[in-house]
Write a protein that binds this ligand. Structure first.
Ligand SMILES: [Mg+2]
Length: 208
């Protein structure tokens, strides 16, 4: 009797343990993964019904702290011309963010405190879209993706651009790699948005 109890107890605990671990992990899983902001097929996203895009800046569009480029300005203009409303959501300072968006017709939130979902909710409110029509695009699972998931917004993870200059960022990247490996193993969650990259990746980069 005692044995049966302990067996079912252990079994139940195992199930609970695994399901809660999976629940925690899925919070870090993006809906899609893309090589970079340059390879994404924004026209396709628009045709899928998306109307608002929330972008991370640092290591997503340019290396950390670097100014915008003519290519980045042109990409945002192209995205705006498709019909998207665009918002830059950054944990960086107002000076950094305002100088980055200087030549862009986009909204922004600085000192966003990502992954705080409140910042993502505010972004959707400013965009005037609803959550189902909004996508978040960023390079970090612990800020961009976690925050978007907590706020109920779909997300695209892009490859980090820049250098591992800060030690803690390097460690985070290692953890990210493990999380992404598990993400790829879970067929039910992997690439929920389908093929969202331009077919010829090398031609995806927009020249000024
Ligand atoms: Mg970033």
């Amino acid at each position: 009797m005692e044995k049966r109890f302990s067996f079912s107890f252990v079994f139940a605990r195992t199930i609970l343990y695994h399901s809660s671990v999976m629940n925690i992990l899925t919070r870090y899983w993006p809906d899609a993964y893309a090589e970079s902001v340059w390879t994404i097929d924004y026209g396709k996203l628009y045709r899928m019904g998306y109307r608002g895009l929330i972008f991370d800046i640092d290591n997503t569009i340019v290396p950390h702290g670097e100014p915008s480029t003519p290519e980045a300005d042109a990409l945002m203009a192209e995205i705006r011309a498709i019909g998207f409303r665009v918002l830059m959501l950054s944990n960086n300072s107002i000076a950094r963010v305002t100088s980055f968006v200087e030549n862009m017709d986009v909204l922004y939130i600085c000192n966003a405190d990502k992954p705080d979902p409140a910042a993502f909710e505010k972004a959707v409110e400013m965009l005037g879209t609803d959550k189902a029509q909004t996508l978040c695009i960023g390079d970090q699972v612990f800020t961009d993706i976690l925050g978007a998931n907590m706020a109920g917004i779909r997300s695209i993870l892009v490859k980090f651009i820049g250098y591992y200059t800060e030690k803690h960022i390097g460690k985070r990247r290692q953890l990210e790699k493990v999380i992404l490996r598990l993400y790829r193993l879970d067929g039910s969650r992997y690439n929920r948005l389908g093929q969202i990259e331009k077919q010829e990746k090398n031609n995806g980069r927009k020249e000024a």
